[in-house]
Write a protein that binds this ligand. Structure first.
Ligand SMILES: [Zn+2]
Length: 86
């Protein structure tokens, strides 16, 4: 197994880490609800992008979607079990 010839010095290690920084997040105002949002993304507050509703934001809609997903998964599991029994 290849092994480094020398230990990385503290200086070299720290110089390498000078580039470890985070950029400030670029936000813009949603034209619909005037909340701050990421550019080129649907607004998480109102769920709109380019004048169209893209994502559901109300708790009811999200819960419904989750329930539908769960029911589908349960059905799939049942089908798999039945196949295994056969
Ligand atoms: Zn919005």
């Amino acid at each position: 197994m290849p092994v480094p010839k020398r230990k990385t010095s503290k200086s070299r290690r720290d110089k390498r880490r000078t580039h470890w920084n985070l950029n400030e997040v670029n936000l813009e105002e949603c034209p619909r609800c005037h909340e701050m949002k990421l550019p080129h993304r649907a607004c998480l507050e109102c769920g709109y992008y380019d004048g169209n509703k893209i994502i559901s934001t109300s708790v009811k809609e999200i819960k419904k979607k989750k329930e539908v997903k769960e029911v589908k998964e349960i059905k799939k599991k049942k089908e798999v079990k039945e196949v295994k029994k056969k």
